[in-house]
Design a protein around this ligand. Structure first.
Ligand SMILES: Nc1ncnc2c1ncn2[C@@H]1O[C@H](COP(=O)(O)OP(=O)(O)OP(=O)(O)O)[C@@H](O)[C@H]1O
Ligand SMILES: N[C@@H](CCO)C(=O)O
Length: 353
């Protein structure tokens, strides 16, 4: 008899200004997988995509990020291959390469898929360990997995465990020629235990989220390569001071715009990414609580190019101003009015409508 289940993962915005690689926020755009497993069916998974990125996402299960992550979970837990008869219909709302955690959502969907296909019953902490072997900064994947406004860190592991965690990504997600079958070679390493740790912060119910999404992509890898290896003591202290205030300020009702706006300033990543996003400093300076009542703060979402604005009121006018600013550089944008999801990734029996 066939089994049907669904996996739904929210998109995420990370950093929120000063919290580079530390804080993430799950938001109301989703990656959804509807999965059917029919024993005795085709040997390789069938994938179909609808929605955003449908033309770009590989339909070969050995090339697609989500199914490759699922295969990693299976093989790291002693199961050599996908079960027969797997059919996956993906519907995606998360634009690729825009700073809204599309790769984090794809990774979490894959980790949950592997857990279900292998009936492994991994704990949340073990699911996160597997995700961190692939996406090696914790902010997006943790928020996508557990939901809400989340702070996370990576444990400083003992040398032997650290060596296991730091294996090249090509060993975690190797190329698997589908017809090679049992000649795939050794199974990839299982993650060490307890790589990632997190805490969920509060989120004031009045705070709404506006995402202004430019039509061009910025690869996260390229945006990370733009960052320096070392920072001055002054810049480090600047960000630490703000992040400490921000995590509590965003939970307080009513939100304090003056405090939040200043607490969302950053000197660690945004200044170094401005050449990748035309007009970034001008855009961040053009919308403030004094020019736009109702605004709380504005920042680059993840590695960009999306701009995230937090507001209590007047979201349409805030969005219009940012869209107009991008237009001065010839860039078209979409505006999304989102909310913070309290739930993270969900697995449910049956197919979601
Ligand atoms: N649903 C998906 N299915 C398959 N591959 C995906 C999916 N979503 C994202 N990807 C892969 O991830 C890439 C984008 O990842 P990247 O880390 O560059 O940006 P992002 O995750 O959207 O942004 P950020 O990390 O700044 O939040 C895509 O080009 C694609 O290769
Ligand atoms: N913290 C990450 C998020 C993007 O994945 C970055 O800004 O590079």
């Amino acid at each position: 008899m066939s089994r049907q289940f669904s996996i739904r993962v929210p998109c995420t915005s990370s950093n929120i200004g000063p919290g580079f690689d530390v804080v993430g926020l799950s938001l109301s755009l989703y990656l959804t997988l509807r999965v059917t497993v029919t024993p005795g069916g085709a040997p390789h998974p069938r994938l179909a995509y609808t929605g955003t990125g449908a033309a770009e996402a590989p339909l070969d299960a050995y090339k697609n990020l989500t199914t490759r992550c699922a295969l990693y979970v299976l093989r790291a837990n002693g199961i050599s291959a996908f079960p027969a008869g797997v059919e996956i219909d993906v519907h995606n709302e998360v634009p690729f390469g825009r700073g809204l955690g599309s790769s984090g959502a794809a990774v979490i969907a894959g980790i949950l898929l592997g857990n279900e296909l292998g009936q492994l019953k991994l704990s949340t902490s073990r699911l996160l360990d597997h995700a961190l072997m692939i996406e090696r900064h914790p902010d997006n994947v943790t928020a996508a997995l557990v939901g809400g406004f989340v702070g996370s860190y990576l444990l400083d592991l003992p040398a032997e465990a650290a060596a296991k965690k730091d294996v090249p990504l090509s060993e975690v997600l190797p190329e698997y020629p589908p017809d090679a079958g049992e000649t795939w070679g050794p199974h990839p390493p299982a993650p060490p235990e307890g790589i990632g740790h997190y805490i969920r912060f509060g989120w004031a119910k009045e705070i709404k989220v506006i995402a202004i999404i430019p039509e061009f992509e910025v690869s996260t890898a390229k945006a990370r390569d733009a960052l320096p290896d070392t920072y001055s003591k002054a810049d480090l202290i600047f960000n630490l001071q703000r992040l400490a205030v921000l995590t509590t300020a965003l939970a307080r009702s009513p939100p304090d715009a003056g405090l939040i706006f200043q607490a969302m300033q950053d000197r660690v990543h945004q200044p170094y990414r401005k050449h990748l996003i035309p007009g970034l400093p001008r855009i961040l300076a053009s919308v403030t609580p004094s020019t736009h009542a109702g605004l709380l703060g504005i920042c680059l979402s993840g590695a960009g190019p999306t701009i995230l604005a937090l507001a209590t009121d007047d979201e349409r006018r805030i969005a219009d101003t940012i869209v107009e600013e991008f237009k001065k550089d010839g860039i078209k944008c979409a505006a999304e009015f989102l909310h913070v999801t309290q739930d993270g990734a969900q697995v449910s029996e049956g197919h979601l409508p």
